[in-house]
Design a protein around this ligand. Sequence first.
Ligand code: FDA
Length: 381
Amino acid sequence: MTEYDAIILGAGGAGLMCAAVAAQRGRRVVVIDHAEEPGKKILISGGGRCNFTNTGTVAERYLSANRHFARSALDRYTPADFVAMVDRHGIAWHEKTLGQLFCDGSARQIVRMLLDASAGAALRLSTPVGEVAHADGRFAVAGCTAPALVIATGGPSIPKLGATGIAYDLARRFGLKVVEPRPALVPLTLPGKEALFRSLSGVATPVVARAGKAAFAEAALFTHRGLSGPAILQASSYWRRGEAVAIDFAPGEAPGWLAAAKRAKPRSTLAAALPVPARLGEALAERLGVSLLGEATDKALAEAERRLADWRFHPDGTEGFAKAEVTVGGIATDGLSSKTMEARRVPGLYAIGEAVDVTGWLGGYNFQWAWASGWAAGMAI
Ligand code: FDA
């Protein structure tokens, strides 16, 4: 048995950040991962350029059974702190849209930076976690023993990258609750009766997509299985089976815009008047039963406006963990300290990153949570 101050399970963003902070504080830490290389999700993130944070980070942009839990860590380790680290390592970056920051070069630079920063920590790759023993205030895993154990093994999204639900098994074993995990930031599938839209596979258009109380103004994309695109991925995190997703196909149009379009161009078709790609315009107009604007009554056009602003889709599911960017749910926050991420009833046990019931919006929020929660635990272990 090799003795350490802390054992970190998982060499993803959260685990590596935790290791870096703890090692720089002079703690002896080991990071254990069954993968053959660290940070696999970082490497494929943001189309290979890693959307590493979002300048709009606030706790309200995270889903959790306790909406306030993430605030403490997010306030203490901010996007500006991570940007300062990126700058110190000479990594060039740019803002894309909506506060999303990406590397100019490659996501590999972020992994390199985290490995350099955690150089003082031992890294054991290709190492299965196996049995976790706990006795006399010490944890023992894979030949290592320490008074602190950090669960940083993420959630089960994208199993082919090595993702597993081991965090939940460990949490339950130590008496922590787990909020039911669901795939999130995931395409939605449509049933056969909404097949008209499936024939539009590849068509994208700006919309406002609503699920539950959340609304997202971004692009939606029709796929051969249903709906995707950033607006839908965002809405999917809030969507519950059996509920509808409402789409506004004409966001920003003032009431009466179709009647005004009729007066300006009575010989235009409704399809051509819609602010969407032609194929989609035709499919929507066909469903609305309106052809030439000049032949439709103002009342019929007002009804068309109403339906276009609140088009209901009834997904029959999602594309599941195989395609989900993240997992909603996870280790319940009520058993953890929001300041240190330590389990309230099991001294020395910590949980960070996606393993915890804190899930961000699309656009760099999930990495910011990984960095912030990793930092919080790294300062405590
Ligand atoms: P993460 O999953 O990164 O790390 C967990 C580690 O634990 C892994 O190294 C894994 O091998 C290891 N592990 C798991 N089970 C184990 C076991 N049984 N034994 C041993 N080790 C085990 N977010 C964002 O903010 N911006 C973005 O651009 C993207 N892009 C993106 C693209 C794609 C395709 C995906 C799938 C996800 C994203 N994300 C994202 C989400 C982001 O990648 C995710 O939220 C973080 O990587 C979570 O970091 P963690 O360290 O918590 O888990």
